[in-house]
Design a protein around this ligand. Structure first.
Ligand SMILES: Cc1ncc(C[n+]2csc(CCOP(=O)(O)OP(=O)(O)O)c2C)c(N)n1
Ligand SMILES: [Mg+2]
Length: 692
């Protein structure tokens, strides 16, 4: 019934049958959903098949295997390609607790529910929903960006954990990417960084199909990609026909043999049918084929025209005998090796177990600093930097870096043995991302998904440059740590190009993003304690450049209140305030100064420190009311940023002191006066709110 010699006359019959199964599953799923991209999976099926079946070291029975090769579908619109592979390879589902179940990660029923509510087969792959999806992709360029972090993690783990005779880590990271991935700026950042770091464990497969959504790729993309990547320091190889399994195999072998740089395999392919002789790029591109076309395609593949979701006999067995068998054997060998390794190096094995289960090691918080009261105080970038250095000594897999601002961000890990991560010295924990914010964000996500606790740092204003990656961290529940200093007009002379205004509001609007803006050095310590425990939420830690007072905690409430997101720092006698001043970050001390003056005037005031809206919002109603009693409607918020959203805490009778324009280039003290961040201004607004 199924003729299979029409596409690959040279290939094996079973190969062709398997490849066409991937293709027709994609076609049927997209048709049934009445939305999605069938063309890319159809064109790429042989490439993905060759990789999975013959090269990927992956045991479908244990998708959590530490040394598994990683597969990233950066062209996330081709999601059905990945779902078909997960289904056919019989990858098992991992439950919420990280335990492997008997269930398939993707069943045929799930493929039939492609793009439906609650399915494991959403429109684009989402790593927190579907086992076997290593990272969430869809926004083009993010997957290639993640892959750099994953490859860095692989090199770092090999350098730190392998011992003579115990090659515990040697996994590779494979990525399928499309024209869009290479057009996006982040793709260039990623390739540049990977080339610089000589990440030889990284292989991108570029689907050179000469077409994008609007039409021929030539309308918008004409550079010589091969030359470009050679310039980046990559090994570049080419496969002239995506259906040529032999040539594909040779390209993967070339990748394996290349030990001094990453590899780009440029694969010339044809979207749609996958054949240069037969294609209908319009129909196949970005939308279902339509019932008529589906029949024609199936006929072309030698498929029964009316069969839907057909998996011919022998196909699943073929995958079992290929990727399944190889993966099982490789993992069994590894497990044996690892058992001996654990016996010989119990400390390292314990470390790996912690890393894999997102656990903190014993003593993770020892020697954390505590800062004495100091009216001059210090910048939170400074106090945070000290905390980070202590934590990194206690947590040996805490690592990261800055986008060329480490000295300003105070994120250098300076202790003995911290080291720099560079080509050829992969054990170091200081990463140098260069001026590449976007791929820093994506890399931090990839690193975090690979078991290390990673941070990336830059000026707060440039969070915009990496926002797309931060958003994916939030969406896919990756606890990436984003450290931002120079958090306001407090930057001073650098001026409005460097002074964030709306960034706080915009990150607070992002679901699952924890924003923390500590109000003094001791709040910075508490903020890091929260960060250490995050498992499913990324954090934006927002810090000042300029010094701020370290509050006297014998006079005011302890900084441990940060754990609840907001807390009463200073209160009116008997806890019955007439007015509440709410501050974050550098404006907290302004509220404290105003509070003291109000007190002297005989006005009963309260100061609430609110370093994190998100964490405060998670507390119960009783706590909310204890901090912000509904009966007290005279409220003033103070923050050197857009006031957008503060009404939710200050109410309709409240006042919001903040920024209503971009900043300006001037010495800080002039800016504070000009924009109204003075005790007098807070007092004036307080009086207004009180109506006296
Ligand atoms: C950042 C981003 N911009 C736009 C899109 C919408 N989009 C989906 S696929 C695609 C382009 C398709 O061209 P290509 O990358 O060559 O993939 P192919 O269609 O050839 O598989 C676009 C623009 C996206 N997914 N991500
Ligand atoms: Mg394309």
């Amino acid at each position: 019934m199924v003729a299979s010699d029409q596409i690959l006359v040279t290939g094996k019959q079973l190969d062709t049958l398997s490849i066409n199964t991937i293709r027709t599953l994609a076609i049927d799923a997209v048709q049934q959903a009445n939305s999605g991209h069938p063309g890319a999976p159809m064109g790429l099926a042989p490439v993905a098949y060759c990789l999975w079946q013959d090269f990927l070291r992956y045991d479908p029975a244990d998708p959590t295997w530490l040394n598994r090769d990683r597969f990233v579908l950066s062209a996330g619109h081709a999601s059905m390609l990945l779902y078909a592979l997960l289904y056919l390879a019989e990858v098992r589902q991992v439950d919420q607790n990280g335990n492997i179940t008997k269930d398939p990660a993707v069943s045929l029923d799930e493929i039939k529910r492609f793009r439906q509510l609650g399915s494991r087969t959403p429109g684009h792959p989402e790593s927190h929903l579907t086992t076997g999806v290593e990272v969430t992709t869809g926004p083009l360029g993010q997957g290639v960006g993640n892959s750099v972090g994953m490859a860095i993690a692989g090199k770092w783990q090999a350098a730190n954990f392998n011992r003579p005779g115990f090659e515990i880590f040697d996994f590779n990271v494979y990525v399928i990417c499309s024209d869009g991935d290479l057009m996006e700026g982040i793709g260039g950042e990623a390739a540049s960084l990977a080339g610089h770091l000589k990440l030889s464990n990284l292989c991108w497969i570029y689907d050179h199909n000469s077409v994008t959504l609007d039409g021929p790729a030539s309308w918008s993309f004409s550079e010589d990609v091969a030359t470009r990547f050679i310039g980046y320091g990559w090994n570049v190889t080419r496969v002239a026909d995506a259906n040529d399994l032999e040539m594909l195999s040779r390209a993967f072998e070339t990748f394996h043999k290349t030990t001094d740089r990453p590899t780009l395999i440029i694969v010339d392919s044809h979207i749609g049918y996958g054949s240069p002789h037969k294609q209908d790029t319009n129909a196949a591109h970005g939308e279902p084929l339509g019932e008529e076309e589906v029949k024609l395609v199936k006929k072309f593949y030698g498929w029964p025209e009316d069969a839907k979701f057909l998996v011919p006999d022998g196909v699943r067995e073929n995958f079992r005998d290929g990727v399944g068998k190889r993966g099982r054997e490789l993992r069994a060998q590894w497990s044996k090796l690892y058992a001996d390794y654990s016996a010989k190096y119990p400390e390292l094995a314990e470390r790996l177990a912690h890393m894999q289960h997102d656990e903190l090691p014993a003593g993770w918080d020892k020697n954390l600093p505590s800062f004495p009261a100091d009216p001059k105080g210090m910048a939170t970038r400074e106090s945070s930097g000290k905390v980070l250095n202590t934590l990194a000594q206690n947590i040996p897999w805490l690592m990261g870096g800055s986008a060329d601002l480490a000295t300003s961000n105070k994120t250098n890990l300076k202790f003995e043995g911290a080291g720099d991560f560079q080509a050829g010295s992969y054990a170091g924990r200081n990463l140098h991302f260069g001026v590449r914010e976007h791929v820093m964000g994506a890399s931090v996500n990839g690193l975090t998904k690979s078991g290390v606790r990673a941070f990336g740092a830059t000026f707060f204003n440039f969070s915009d440059y990496m926002r797309a990656s931060m958003r994916l961290a939030a969406l896919s529940e990756i606890p990436s740590i984003f450290i931002f200093t120079h958090d306001s007009i407090g930057v001073g002379e650098d001026g409005p190009t460097h002074q964030p205004i709306e960034q706080l509001a915009s990150l607070r609007a992002m679901p699952n993003m924890i924003v923390l803006r500590p109000g003094d050095a001791n709040e910075a310590v508490e903020a890091w304690k929260i960060i250490a425990h995050l498992k499913e939420s990324p954090v934006s830690l927002v810090l000042t450049r300029q010094p701020m007072p370290t509050l006297d905690r014998t006079k005011y409430a302890p900084a441990s209140g940060v754990a609840k997101g907001a807390y009463v720092l200073a209160d009116a006698p008997g806890g019955k305030p007439e007015i509440i001043l709410i501050g974050t970050g550098s404006e907290l001390s302004l509220c404290v100064d105003a509070y003291e003056k109000l007190k002297a005037e005989g006005i009963k005031a309260r100061v609430v420190s609110m370093p994190s809206w998100e964490i405060f919002d998670k507390q119960d109603a009783a706590y909310h009311e204890s901090v912000l009693p509904p009966s007290v409607t005279a409220r003033v918020s103070v923050e050197m940023a857009a006031t957008f959203g503060w009404e939710r805490y200050t109410g309709s009778k409240g006042r919001n002191i903040g920024m209503h324009s971009f900043g300006a280039s001037a010495p800080l003290k002039d800016l504070l006066k000009y924009f109204g961040f003075t005790v007098d201004k807070v007092l004036a607004e307080a009086h207004q709110a009180l109506g006296r």
